[in-house]
Write a protein that binds this ligand. Structure first.
Ligand code: 3IO
Length: 350
């Protein structure tokens, strides 16, 4: 046999093994040394806690904010929302965010009236006409005073409800009707119910559906979009139009999580503060109208308006509230100036 021919004749199985090993090594190195994929594949993940059920306005604005932030950061940030108190409850929101149990949280300041003195002054009876104006007044007031009570968090936005009205199972047509009636409210709105002689019961909105169902209260004092969103129209067939005070809200972020964000993401979020405040005010005002039309049509809800004479009588009961708030707080805060600033801002945006 020819010597050269014998040498070139390498058995087939050895060749196969050799090429398999080569391709295996190639594959391994491709996996190990491949460049890291673009950051979109590994976004910054943020948890956003909210206390009331998903259909309510604080959660609607939360979903809108999430979508906009994700879009404007081109997927660099992924936000997971937790409506219905599944991550933090109404009264745990501020401390939970400070402690990092949630990265972001939405809170109603009225649930801790003594904690947020300056911003809660927006729920004194100062005639804020709607949520759009209220939201702008509150957000400006916050930025003007930068209250100490928010020093441990990054404030992302603030907004308010529309003015509160009475939703009740029995008609309230006069001050006699409201006397001793068990009605639910919190914060500044609670002071007003007391002044009108109601038996005011304090609890967050998230506890109210059960309280109504169990008969703990016979109604509530808040903005009217909940007639539809929380189906209060099913049991509260009467609405007394008082258009009194708003409830103030804040969206806050854990300070360490905020500081760790890249600058471009911070810029997107900060650029949305005023816009989100206005968007939410607008949404609220429109949704109140929608909710009342729905309530009248589907549950035959009666809307009770007070005569001018009655209005004067009801307002008379509220007249000491602002001055006693000033007297109570002027030692620790520029109370008179705060009230004046709220009035001026309200006029500016009206
Ligand atoms: C509110 C709170 C959670 C969900 C819907 C809401 N509509 C008005 C409020 C204001 C408020 O916090 C309250 O307790 O009445």
């Amino acid at each position: 046999m020819n010597r050269t021919a014998r040498q070139t004749l390498i058995p087939i199985p050895i060749l196969t093994l050799f090429s398999l090993t080569l391709s295996f090594l190639f594959l391994i190195s491709a996996i190990c040394f491949a460049p890291a994929p673009a950051e979109a594949a590994d976004p910054i993940r943020l948890n956003y806690a909210n206390f009331p059920p998903a259909p309510t306005f604080p959660c609607v604005q939360m979903e809108r904010w999430k979508e906009e932030v994700e879009k404007r950061t081109a997927g660099k940030v992924a936000i997971k929302t937790f409506p219905g108190g599944t991550l933090l409850g109404a009264k745990d929101m501020m401390d939970g965010v400070i402690a990092g149990q949630a990265d972001i949280g939405c809170l109603c300041m009225a649930y801790q009236p003594g904690r947020f003195i300056i911003t809660n002054a927006t729920s004194l009876p100062l005639d804020i006409p709607n949520a759009k104006v209220g939201s702008r007044v509150l957000w400006d007031l916050y930025n003007q005073y930068k209250p100490e009570s928010f020093a441990k968090v990054k404030v992302l936005t603030m907004f308010t409800t529309a003015p509160a009205n009475i939703m009740s199972q029995k008609p309230v047509r006069s001050l006699e009707d409201i006397r001793g009636l068990d009605l639910r409210a919190s914060g500044g709105a609670a002071q007003i119910l007391k002044a009108w002689g109601a038996n005011q019961v304090g609890m967050p909105m998230s506890a109210t559906p059960e309280a109504l169902q169990k008969g703990v209260v016979q109604g509530l004092f808040s903005s009217l979009e909940v007639m539809k969103d929380l189906k209060f129209a099913e049991t509260c067939r009467y609405v007394t139009m008082t258009d009194t005070v708003i409830y103030p809200f804040a969206v806050v972020m854990n300070m360490d999580r905020w500081n760790a964000l890249p600058d471009d993401v911070k810029a997107v979020i900060e650029g949305m503060g005023t816009e989100q405040s206005e968007w939410t005010g607008d949404y609220m005002d429109n949704h109140v109208k929608d909710s009342m039309e729905w309530s009248e049509k589907t549950h035959d809800v009666e809307s009770i308006t007070l005569t001018d004479e009655q209005k004067a009588q009801w307002n008379e009961k509220l007249s000491p509230i602002v001055q006693s708030w000033i007297d109570e707080n002027k030692g620790a805060y520029p109370a008179e100036k705060i009230v004046e600033d709220i009035r001026t801002l309200t006029q500016k945006y009206e």
